[in-house]
Design a protein. Structure first.
Ligand SMILES: Nc1ncnc2c1ncn2[C@@H]1O[C@H](COP(=O)(O)OP(=O)(O)OP(=O)(O)O)[C@@H](O)[C@H]1O
Ligand SMILES: [Mg+2]
Length: 324
């Protein structure tokens, strides 16, 4: 198997902050590696090291077989980077932004123009191409940003939280673009705080927290690794929430409960469900919801790290109180 990205033991500190504490990553050629982690986990630092923008303190990384420190020029020639914050020039038009990059990359004027026009078409920005980028919506800006990182036809593309702040429609559009690129053979390393994004796009996932890889595998493999299934019970009467929470915890192990009245517990033994039902029945508790479903990556993350991936955007439904 050939790897487009291979990193071993990457360490990077900023004064007292250890951003990377020995990170190993590997992306198979022509696949998407999702790097998942909460704020401050070290995602951007890892991307910057791999894209040759930052020198690691220790460890080694190869991109396209080239060492990111000793052969930085060769690596730069084959990578593209869409950073976490838009890098387009606001005052320039979409077309001018792409043209500028194409010229910087050494394309002759005519070819540069053709490339810019083509990319604007591919990214549905043809109509807006003559307008200053500052007039673009968030989704258009992201698309322009991504187009800019593709001017040089990179074989390896780094996308650092490419859909943060986008609405679901724009997010879906971007996911389709990424799928198309991978279909054409590009290797993508994508960082994200959104579990669903990793689930949708990534062939392999590395979960990082506080500068370390704490789990890795395929999306399905990770879900299985953490128990597999989730039991949810919603008592009909809100005042029975405590009681149900205690009962489920007694049978299935530590359960969580939401303000909206839902008790959730990971279960890895199929016998637990009937046992819970018997207990509820014996206690005369009536429920409005009783489900057994597969763990989401969100729950995988919670169980691995002890906290949710995206704390600030949790909905009421997600606001669980872990009671151990
Ligand atoms: N240039 C820098 N100088 C000082 N500290 C830094 C620098 N870059 C990153 N850090 C610190 O290193 C740690 C990892 O940061 P990093 O930006 O890699 O996280 P991240 O996973 O990308 O987070 P986010 O999801 O918020 O983008 C953080 O504690 C951050 O404050
Ligand atoms: Mg970041």
């Amino acid at each position: 198997m050939s790897y487009a990205i291979q990193a071993e033991g990457l360490v990077k500190s900023f004064k007292e902050t250890t951003a990377l504490a020995g990170v190993d990553l590997a992306a198979r050629s022509g696949t998407v590696l999702g790097v998942l982690g909460p704020n401050g986990a070290g995602k951007t630092t890892a991307v910057r090291v791999l894209a040759t923008l930052l020198r690691p303190d220790a460890g080694r990384a190869l991109v396209g077989g080239h060492d990111v420190v000793r052969e930085a020029g060769a690596v730069r020639a084959l990578v593209g980077l869409t950073g976490q914050y838009a890098a387009v020039d606001e005052m320039l038009t979409g077309h001018e932004n792409l043209l500028l990059i194409a010229r910087l990359l050494g394309l002759p004027r005519r070819e540069a123009r053709a490339r810019a026009t083509r990319l604007l078409e591919e990214f549905r920005l043809a109509d807006a191409g003559g307008r200053a980028a500052k007039t673009y919506s968030g989704g258009m800006r992201r698309r322009l940003d991504l187009a800019a990182s593709l001017v040089g036809r990179p074989r390896v593309l780094f996308l650092d939280e490419p859909t943060t702040g986008l609405d679901p429609h724009s997010r879906n559009e971007l996911w389709d673009i990424v799928r198309g690129l991978v279909g054409d053979g590009t290797t993508v390393l994508l960082t994200t705080q959104y579990l669903e994004e990793a689930d949708q796009l990534a062939d392999d996932i590395a979960v990082i927290d506080r500068g370390r890889v704490i789990a890795e595998g395929t999306p399905d493999g990770l879900k299985e690794q953490v128990g597999g299934q989730v039991l949810q019970v919603r008592p009909m009467a809100a005042q029975q929430l405590e009681k149900v929470h205690a009962m489920v915890s007694a049978v299935a192990g530590p359960a969580t409960k939401t303000e909206s009245g839902l008790v959730t517990a990971p279960v890895n033994d199929p016998e637990l469900m009937p046992a819970v039902v018997r207990r509820l029945d014996e206690a005369g508790v009536r429920v409005s919801e009783l489900t057994l479903r597969r763990s989401s990556l969100d729950e995988v993350f919670l169980s691995l790290t002890g906290h949710r991936a995206v704390e600030e955007t949790t909905t009421d439904e997600d606001k669980t109180e872990a009671l151990v």
